[in-house]
Design a protein around this ligand. Structure first.
Ligand code: FAD
Length: 428
């Protein structure tokens, strides 16, 4: 039976590609009639680039964008990413819709085409499968992967609670044609974009409904104490510091990934990256489950690993959104002094460590296996290349290392625990 992926954003496209790579029949639908043409996000982190490298497609992304300074954690302070242990010690500046287009192209090469204009509106699951009302028809699937964004219909219809922290501060994002230099005087947060400017403004009180350009002008003038000419608006939107997380990422035959599983303040620019990390953790586990070759409880480890990772993202993005406050200047100063490898690897998620579920104290257990050259059958290859088919890899050198399809180390160098590791992660 086919797996249905609802939503063709970064999470859905990556999850579908991982399933297709593992030979699972997968369908991807999106309620929108076409991809959003205006980008929300603009960054891919080192961890995302490492993951794309392990699928052999990172060069397509690197060809698109420059390395950009990453300064989101502390307003006005750029993190030094060059100190991180990675092949990609930088942040790639690439528009989110371009990331999605490249993923969609890769997915098509794997034989799966997105079906646009097909909305998921309801579901009912039993022990054998899940009935989904999609595109006006009721159809049966083996699993439903909800990658349908922050207002996820899948999450709601599956009855998965979404507890968290309500918004206490509000902001506007205005992508408009304007003179960057006239705005970049340090009084408002403004980013240059190709042909336009992204202006981020605090909103004094919550409002709802569409954002009008006139309102942006008013807030801007109040902040700057002078009027600034704004041209054509390309995208006007609201955000808040609300942070919520699905209570369960796996609920029977429903699985959630990306914004459907967690929402957090946009500070830190990590949403696309977390969505990709969810999808890569999920794909091989769901593929093994659907194919009937998964060890007991493998799919549940997706929740066990990605829920804490998501909770950490909520916490760090909330911290970042608070740090702009005037009364927190001393905390900002302290963190500026501590700016280094630890902070860089934390905010980029590069230090993510999953519970290996076997005893051991090897420093790489649970961590992303570093890419390095490896000799296999007399041929020199690399860890990244060996992981391209998304299958587990047993590396022979340095005492041996078992690497999961998502690139994380499941076992290292201890003969006493190898069979336990194989049973835990690949089955008997
Ligand atoms: C202003 C702003 C700036 C940001 N900047 C960055 C940044 O620089 N870097 C970064 O990494 N992240 C950034 N983010 C976050 C990022 O945009 C999101 O976290 C990311 O898009 C999440 O991907 P997703 O695939 O989970 O969901 P989405 O991208 O939201 O995709 C969900 C898809 O599901 C579809 N859908 C919805 N309902 C249904 C349904 N019922 N049936 C079928 N399909 C459905 C939608 O049409 C959509 O295509 C930013 C966000 C905002 C708002």
């Amino acid at each position: 039976m086919t797996v249905l992926v609802a939503g063709a954003g970064p999470a859905g496209l990556m999850a579908a590609a991982e399933l297709a790579l593992a030979g699972v029949e997968v369908e991807v639908v999106d309620a929108a009639v076409r991809r959003r043409s205006h980008p929300r996000g603009f960054t891919l982190s080192a961890r995302s680039l490492e993951l794309l490298d392990r699928r052999g497609i990172v060069d397509r992304f690197l060809a698109e964008g420059p390395a950009v300074p990453y300064g989101m954690f502390l307003p006005g302070v750029f993190l030094d990413l060059s100190v991180m242990d990675t092949d990609h010690p930088y942040t790639l500046g690439i528009a989110q819709n371009r990331v999605e287009e490249l993923l969609e192209e890769w997915l098509a090469e794997l034989g799966v085409r997105v079906r646009w204009g097909q909305e998921v509106v309801d579901l009912a699951q039993d022990s054998d499968g899940i009935d989904v009302v999609v595109g006006g028809e009721r159809r049966r699937f083996s699993y439903l992967v909800g990658c349908d964004g922050s207002r996820s219909v899948v999450r709601n219809r599956a009855g998965i609670a979404f507890p968290g922290v309500d918004a206490s501060s509000y902001g506007l994002i205005a992508d408009v044609e304007a003179d960057y230099d006239a705005l970049a005087t340090g009084e408002v947060f403004v980013l240059p974009r190709p042909g336009y400017v992204r202006i981020v403004l605090d909103e004094p009180e919550p409002r709802s409904g569409p954002v009008e350009l006139e309102y942006v002008r008013e807030l801007l003038a109040a902040r700057l104490g002078r009027a600034v000419e704004l041209g054509k608006p390309l995208w006007l939107s609201r955000f808040s510091d609300a942070a919520r997380q699905a209570e369960r990422y796996v609920h029977g035959r429903v699985v959630l990934a990306g914004d459907a599983a967690h929402v957090h303040p946009p500070a830190g620019a990590v949403g696309v990256n977390v969505a990709l990390a969810d999808a890569v953790n999920l794909g091989w586990k769901l593929a093994a489950t659907v194919s009937g070759r998964a060890p007991d409880g493998l799919l549940q480890t997706y929740h066990d690993e990605r829920h804490p990772a998501g909770a950490r993202v909520l916490s760090t993005t909330r911290a970042q959104s608070m740090l702009g406050r005037e009364d927190l200047a001393p905390v900002r100063d302290l963190l500026t002094d501590l700016n280094g490898k630890r902070l860089a690897e934390l905010v980029t998620g590069l230090d993510t460590r999953y519970d290996p579920r076997i005893p051991g104290d090897h420093p790489l257990l649970g961590r992303l296996a570093p890419n390095r050259p490896v000799v296999v059958d007399g041929r020199t290859t690399s860890v990244a290349e060996l992981l391209r088919p998304a299958r587990p890899v047993l590396l022979p050198d340095d005492g041996g290392m078992l690497v999961r399809p998502d690139g994380h180390v499941a076992w290292a160098a201890d003969p006493a625990t190898l069979s336990a590791a194989l049973e835990t992660w690949t089955g008997p």
